[in-house]
Design a protein around this ligand. Structure first.
Ligand code: HEC
Length: 108
């Protein structure tokens, strides 16, 4: 009996591929995309802002980092990585900011 048609399999295959690429963090990646973070950031390499992997490495032993970064995402700032300025992101609420930080700090 044929249970799955190609029409059914395609979205499943796409979903599996996405979770393979992002380590299951697709929803968080989508959030970062929707909030405009990926215009200036990439997980693996520096764009205008630092690579999220480098951010995770820098703060891996800093227990205060999550709160500091969640605030910085909302308020913007400069000086930690160079001369480029991160503009404030007032459209990101506290919950989303905390979620983005957890996702970023998990990227190693
Ligand atoms: C217009 C470009 C731009 C956008 C949009 C942007 N960033 Fe940044 N981001 C930067 C720059 C530049 C820095 C480096 C600032 C510094 O050196 O202190 C940075 C730094 C960071 C840092 C590290 C801060 C630190 O003190 O180490 C995090 C985390 C971060 N961004 C997350 C985000 C998230 C999440 C978003 C989306 C809500 C976002 N950024 C949107 C440019 C951007």
């Amino acid at each position: 009996m044929k249970i799955f048609t190609t029409r059914h399999l395609l979205p499943i295959a796409a979903g599996v591929l996405c979770s393979m690429l992002t380590g299951g963090a697709q929803a968080d990646a989508t959030l970062a995309q929707n909030k405009g973070c990926l215009t200036c950031h990439h997980s693996e390499r520096k764009v205008i802002g630092p690579a999220f992997k480098d951010v995770a490495t820098r703060y891996q032993n800093d227990k205060d980092a999550a709160a500091m970064l969640a605030k910085k995402i909302k308020d913007g700032g400069k000086g930690a990585w160079g001369d480029a300025v991160m503009p404030p992101n007032p459209h990101v609420n506290d919950a989303d900011s905390a979620r983005l930080v957890a996702w970023i700090l998990g990227q190693k």
